[in-house]
Write a protein that binds this ligand. Structure first.
Ligand SMILES: NC(=O)c1ccc[n+]([C@@H]2O[C@H](COP(=O)([O-])OP(=O)(O)OC[C@H]3O[C@@H](n4cnc5c(N)ncnc54)[C@H](O)[C@@H]3O)[C@@H](O)[C@H]2O)c1
Ligand SMILES: N[C@@H](CCO)C(=O)O
Length: 807
């Protein structure tokens, strides 16, 4: 035999009752079907009773709604005919009479309320019993005997069990019974309190020691987290009774814990099933559940609307009875304590309570500790609202090390502040308090870290979609699927901006149609606005990618890092700004557990900075750096010829995506100066830009004025350069713009190199770096290759991005 309980939504309408019938008829054994009232009916009854008791209002409109709901179901299920019509009418007339009585006396006692609160179940059980062929209705009120604590009556199990066993001694087939209701020894109606129908089902199941109890509801069972917040939450196949109780204590309102006590004591399995998707397995709750060893956590639950009340004072240290008095004071005013945290210093005790109970709780505590407050032994009662409690639950946590470490480091890395923590010695649950504004992010990071570790998500906020930025998006879009399939890395474009518009989407903007999305966006681009929105979205594992050349953008890195968002940048301005700022950014990133990566600042996609870091970190010392670091300048000097004058080569470098947005940054030597400065710093030398000697090969006058002036005036240099070029050709030499760092000094400038020089054969826009170190001494280390260009630079940015994910 099995007991099946159908909740309010499962019997909310004729259509749903048809589903119930189908489910019941598919059972291969005898069943007892416990039903709730039609969804929402109990609330309507209570509402009508309150209106009646007020003495001023008219309960009839609410009563009509109750009657209509039933009349509609009867009409659809029975064509409005048959005995059920009279039964329903009779019960609802009874309700009307009692409501009239309440109106007359202007008083609503718990006893009267219990007389009517279960009328919904009494009607629905008749409807369902008559609708399922062969089913018989039995009256649970005659089987379950309670005391007279109206509203939440306590069951007399000895009498009840005997009554149930007698009633079902020779029963076979389908029985339908109302949930929630019972009677006291005098035969007066009582109710079983919150979760009452579940309780009825559990009482029946335990009394008859049935094979299983099935709770049919409108969800698939216990989920790994609140599915309204975590779209990737999934149904937990098996739970122990203790895990189910822990999970349902908070958000997961699948069952009400006290209701499962009778079946728990008998070891009867409970299955949670979805009436609307009966084919799904649901969740099975047993004494010992299957738990994969690598999944110590079964689920995450959360509850919002929490206030933390902290009693603090050095006068509390070592004084016995403080907690007893605190909790007794709260109990006196019926305040339920959801979480308790007290440090071993005993200097403070924090309790998490429902925010609606704050006023009563506070005044009860103030009253209790009036003397101590007066004497200064209790210095303050702190109240912090707008909080949520989150908990991870799992029996396998017991004696497993590293769970709390993993939990809090994941949370911390994402910039979420943990306000209070509680873990019982049973190690079944770790609970903590966060601001409700951080709840979504908390659930996401914890869910990802414990349940979806096979898929790491990276949320990209990209600023600047010019040469490098747009190429990066193409590469990411092409590689997205492969990274997901093979590396379990999900890259999402969660925000993007060009100089006019910006767009954001938590689920990820389609990288093929991002331009349309931007065009259609109503958000005008603006740096503070972009940063604000990114921070407000507060998504875990976020990365800010800077593909602009703007110093204004780089000025925001600190704020971004401080918000626990990693920074990946192709923009060289920050790493070559004041040494203090460069160090600060690195420090903030370290402190916040996020990354600040800028590999493409030198040599585009070439592994120049990473290699340098590896050398230095492994104990090598950089003695000398000699390098050609400008793709633009190398391209210009390799392209200039009798037919292609200087001015044309500059234009070509720009068109081919090598030059800076303003090519004067390359021509002036500033770009190379920035790069050698960054390399010197990464080698461990605290250089400033002023320490770099820059020898320009283009007259200063050309750098004054607008970019248009420059394009016009630069042509005047063509002849002189052609003369010099011819001379060089005759001498079999080439121009190379060389950067050098040695003995804490750095310089950049134009050099004429002959064919024996290692820089002589450097083609196209290639870069070459030579590291002379203590280990690479007689033969320096060489890194050579494309040093500029859209695809190689974008690839370098992409590689940094992937590094952030730590896959
Ligand atoms: N091109 C290369 O080979 C290369 C190599 C290494 C590093 N970089 C660096 O990459 C960065 C981008 O270079 P690029 O060649 O793509 O330049 P680009 O001029 O093609 O692109 C820069 C884009 O940033 C946009 N932008 C500027 N300020 C903005 C703001 N406040 N908000 C939104 N968008 C803004 C511009 O409108 C432009 O579209 C530069 O810092 C450059 O030094 C480039
Ligand atoms: N403008 C730069 C881009 C690479 O940093 C260059 O030409 O080298």
């Amino acid at each position: 035999m099995k007991v099946l309980k159908f909740g309010g939504t499962s019997v909310a309408s004729a259509e749903n009752i048809r589903r119930v019938k189908e489910i019941v008829q598919k059972q291969n054994e005898d069943v007892i079907v416990v039903v709730s009232a039609l969804g929402g009916v109990t609330d309507l009854i209570l509402q009508a009773a309150r209106v009646a008791a007020s003495g001023t209002g008219d309960f009839h409109p609410v009563l009509s709604e109750i009657k209509n709901r039933h009349a509609q179901a009867v009409a659809e299920l029975f064509n409005g005919a048959g005995p059920v019509v009279y039964i329903a009418e009779e019960l609802l007339d009874e309700l009307e009479q009692i409501l009239t009585g309440i109106t007359l006396v202007g008083e609503l006692t718990p006893k009267t309320l219990d007389r009517i609160a279960g009328i919904g179940e009494r009607v629905s059980s008749h409807l369902v019993a008559q609708f399922i062929p062969g089913a018989v209705r039995k009256d649970s009120a005659e089987l379950i005997q309670t005391d007279s604590y109206f509203g939440k009556a306590r069951v007399d199990f000895e009498v009840t069990n005997q009554k149930i066993r007698d009633a079902f001694a020779s029963f076979s087939g389908i029985a339908v019974i109302p949930g929630f209701i019972a009677k006291n020894v005098k035969g007066e109606f009582t109710t079983l309190g919150r979760g009452g129908s579940d309780y009825t089902a559990a009482i029946m199941a335990a009394a008859l020691n049935v094979e299983a109890l099935e709770i049919w509801t409108d969800v698939d069972g216990f989920m790994t987290a609140d599915p309204r917040v975590i779209s990737k939450a999934y149904t937990i196949p098996e739970l122990t009774y203790s895990e189910a109780m822990e999970l349902s204590h908070f958000g997961a309102k699948v069952i009400y814990p006290p209701t499962i006590l009778p079946v728990y004591q008998e070891g009867i399995p409970i299955r949670i099933k979805n009436t609307f998707k009966p084919e799904n397995e649901g969740t099975l709750i047993l004494s010992s559940a299957q738990t994969p060893k690598d999944r110590p956590i079964k689920g995450i639950s959360s509850i919002s609307g929490i206030t933390l009340l902290t009693l603090q004072g050095i006068g509390m240290v070592g004084v016995t009875g403080i907690s007893m008095r605190l909790f007794t004071a709260l109990a006196r005013v019926n305040v339920n304590v959801i979480l308790i945290s007290q440090a071993s210093s005993e200097n403070s005790i924090s309790v998490a309570i429902d925010e609606h109970a704050v006023e009563v709780a506070e005044s009860a505590i103030r009253e209790e500790f009036e003397k101590e407050i007066e004497m200064g032994q209790v210095s303050k009662i702190d109240i912090e609202s707008g909080l949520s409690v989150v908990a991870i639950v799992g029996e396998n946590m017991k004696h497993t090390t590293g769970i709390a470490g993993k939990l809090f480091s994941t949370i911390g890395k994402n910039g979420i502040n943990v306000i209070a923590i509680a873990q019982g010695a049973s190690e079944l649950n770790i609970s903590w308090v966060v601001k409700t504004s951080e709840l979504r992010k908390t659930l996401n990071v914890v869910h990802e870290s414990f349940f979806l570790s096979e898929n790491v998500e990276l949320n990209v906020f990209l600023m600047g979609i010019g040469t490098v930025g747009s190429n990066l998006l193409q590469q990411m879009q092409k590689q997205q699927k492969k990274l997901l399939d093979e590396k379990h890395l999900k890259i999402k474009l969660t925000g993007v901006a060009n100089s006019r518009k910006m767009a954001f989407l938590r689920e990820g903007i389609d990288m093929t149609t991002f331009r349309e999305k931007l065009e259609n966006s109503e958000q005008k681009s603006g740096l503070p606005g972009f940063i604000h929105e990114m921070k407000e979205m507060n998504i875990y594992n976020s990365v800010f990618v800077d593909c602009t050349a703007s110093d204004e953008v780089s000025g925001y890195y600190k704020e971004v890092l401080n918000a626990n968002i990693s920074v990946v940048t192709a923009n060289k301005v920050a790493a070559s700004s004041d040494y203090k700022n460069y160090l600060d950014l690195k420090d903030v990133a370290k402190q916040k557990g996020v990354k600040f990566l800028f590999e493409t600042n030198v040599g585009a996609g070439l592994p120049i900075i990473n290699t340098l870091n590896d050398l230095v970190n492994s104990g090598d010392r950089i003695l000398k750096i000699e390098a050609v670091l400008s793709g633009t300048l190398n391209f210009i000097f390799n392209t200039i010829s009798a037919k292609v004058p200087l001015s044309k080569t500059i234009l070509m470098a720009k068109e081919q995506g090598y030059s800076e947005p303003d090519p004067r940054v390359d021509l002036s030597g500033l770009d190379v100066a920035r790069k050698i400065l960054i390399l010197a710093r990464e080698s461990g030398y605290p250089l400033e830009m002023d320490d770099i000697s820059v020898k320009r090969f283009i007259p200063d006058a050309l750098f004054d004025g607008s970019l248009d002036d420059f394009w016009e005036n630069v042509k005047a240099l063509d002849n002189e350069f052609e003369e010099n070029r011819k001379r060089l050709e005759a001498e079999n030499k080439k121009w190379r713009f060389v950067a050098r760092f040695e003995e804490e000094k750095a310089q950049v400038g134009l050099q004429e190199v002959d064919s024996r020089h290692p820089f002589y054969d450097l083609e196209g826009s290639n870069n070459l770096v030579m590291y002379t170190t203590e280990r690479y001494n007689e033969f320096p280390m060489l890194i050579k290759g494309y040093g500029a260009g859209a695809s190689v630079t974008a690839a370098g940015v992409f590689a940094d991005l992937i590094k952030v994910s730590n896959i």
